[in-house]
Design a protein. Sequence first.
Length: 271
Amino acid sequence: MKITIVGCGNMGLIYARSFLKYNIVSKQDLLLVEKNETRKEELKKLNIGHVVVPDSELISQSDVIILSVKPQDFTELTADLKKVLNKETILLSIMAGINISFLQQKLQHQKTVRAMPNSPVEIGMGITAYSLSKDVSFNEAHKIENLLATTGRTLYMEDENLLDAVTALSGSGPAYFFYFVQQLIEAGKKMGMDEATAALLVKQTMLGSFHLINNAGKPLDELIKAVASKGGTTEAALSTFAKHHVNIHLQEGLLNAEKRAKELALTASKV
C-alpha cells in the first residue's frame, strides 16, 4: 500500500508511526507532504517517510491520502492537490467540521472518507468515528478501517451529520477528563496533600472507575448511588455540584463544542 499524509503535525505523525509499526506501509511508500522548507528538513531527519511538496507527482500513485491539516488551512492546498489526485485514490480527512460534500466539491474527487480521532490514538487507545461517501466500495472501506484500527477502536457512523457531535464528545473529550482530573488534584492539594500523592489517588481512582463502568454491568445512576450514601461525604460533594448546576454547564460546553465544529466548516466553505 502507498500512503500520503498531508499535514505532518502531531496527529499526522502519529498515523505515520502507527502504520510503520504495524507494517501497513514501508518508509519508501509513505509520503509526508510539507511546503515549508524548515519543516521539510525536520521531517527528513525523522526518517519515517519520503518528504515531498503538495504538487509532487508521486502523490498520484497513492492508494490513500490522509488530510491532517487545520480546517482553516485546507483551501490553500486544494489547487496543488487537484493536480496530482488520482480518481482511484481514497481521500481520508481527519479535519474537524469539514464535511464530505465540501471535500468532494473543492477537490473534484469522489472517493472520500471523513473521520474524527481523539488524542489517545497516540498510545493506540483512541477511538475514531468515520463516515464514507457512497463512492467508497466495501473493500476500500475495509482498507480504511484497518488503517484507523492501528490507533485504537473504530466506529462507523452512517449519518455523517453526527460527526460534529463526535468531535465535541470524543474528539475534544480527553481534554474534559484531563481538566476534571486536574481539578481533583488541586482540591487534594488544598486539603493538605502534596501533588504527587493527590495525583496518584486521583489517577488510580479514575482508572478503577473506568473499569467498574465497563465491567460492573450496572447503570451509572446505580454506580453513583452505591458510593453516595445518605448524609455522607460523597453526597455533600454531589449536592454542591447540583447546587451550581455543574451538569447543565458541562452539557452546554459540549453543545458549544459541536457548534464550533459547524462554524469551522462554514468558515472553510467561504475561503
